[in-house]
Design a protein. Structure first.
Length: 256
């Protein structure tokens, strides 16, 4: 029996063909090293979990959304020298996004929500370009870890494989983690030049120059309870967004 008609990978055509889905969710991750203690697919587990859980909450309140299978490769151009970090260039990502958009439009789904897990992925300009290629599709993206104030949930959230990400993985995939005493400290080396250090000059960081253990942020104070409460907040926020988005016509997105 299909209890999750909002997850395409687990659904049959028999069920899917008769549902009038109003929006699609596309989890997007990366396959990359996460300090010594988290698995390479961390971002994929996270975005798939956040998308599925948000869609479940929204579905139970009547919002018809469908979660597509996760795209497991992210932009990792700054990590080409880290073993088997699987880079996918932004231009390739755009080609994928355009094909996904084409399928959705053929089945009358005019809203696409990307659930992004990876800091190196940036969809803003792709959304702009897509609006020229597919003007009838509304596309948006959510960096789920930026929702709310992480400082309220974690002593030191961290950036990559730190306390936030480790706590979240302890909640959703605990069997894949190594014990915390095997993790590195996730110490981050900053740029030397002031503008770059202050952040108003943007460039790519070469990851192996930034951190020794591939992590940025100390995971030592992580626990699954912190991960669970942060995820509860983020998935509720996203579910509420989905409910509003599915109810609102694309032509009616702005204040009167
Ligand atoms: Zn990650």
């Amino acid at each position: 029996m299909n209890r999750k008609p909002y997850i395409l990978a687990e659904s049959t055509w028999k069920v899917v063909k008769d549902i009038n889905y109003k929006a699609a969710l596309l989890p997007w991750g990366a396959t990359e090293a996460h300090n010594y203690h988290l698995p390479y697919a961390t971002d994929n587990y996270e975005s798939s979990y956040v998308a599925s859980e948000s869609a479940r909450i929204a579905w139970e309140k009547g919002a018809k959304t469908i979660v597509l299978p996760c795209i497991p490769y992210g932009v990792n151009t700054g990590q080409m020298d880290v073993k088997l970090c699987m880079n996918m260039n932004p231009s390739t990502q755009y080609a994928i996004l355009k094909d996904v958009a084409d399928v959705l439009l053929r089945h009358n789904i005019r809203k696409l929500v990307i659930i992004n897990s990876h800091g190196g992925n940036n969809f803003k300009n792709m959304i702009r370009e897509l609006s020229v290629d597919h003007p009838s599709l509304f596309v948006c993206s959510i960096d789920w870890w930026r929702i709310g104030n992480a400082e309220k949930y974690f002593d030191e959230p961290g950036d990559h494989a730190g306390e936030l990400e480790t706590s979240v993985m302890m909640h959703i995939q605990p069997q894949l983690l190594l014990p915390l005493n095997e993790a590195g400290p996730g110490r981050e080396k900053k740029f030397k030049i002031k503008g770059l250090k202050d952040g108003w000059v943007t460039s790519q960081r070469q990851w192996t120059k930034v951190t020794q253990d591939t992590g940025v942020g100390n995971p030592i104070k992580s626990n699954s309870k912190k991960g669970e409460s942060f995820l509860t907040m983020t998935t509720q926020e996203i579910a509420e967004f989905l409910i509003q988005l599915t109810k609102t016509a694309i032509e009616d997105l702005y204040d009167a």
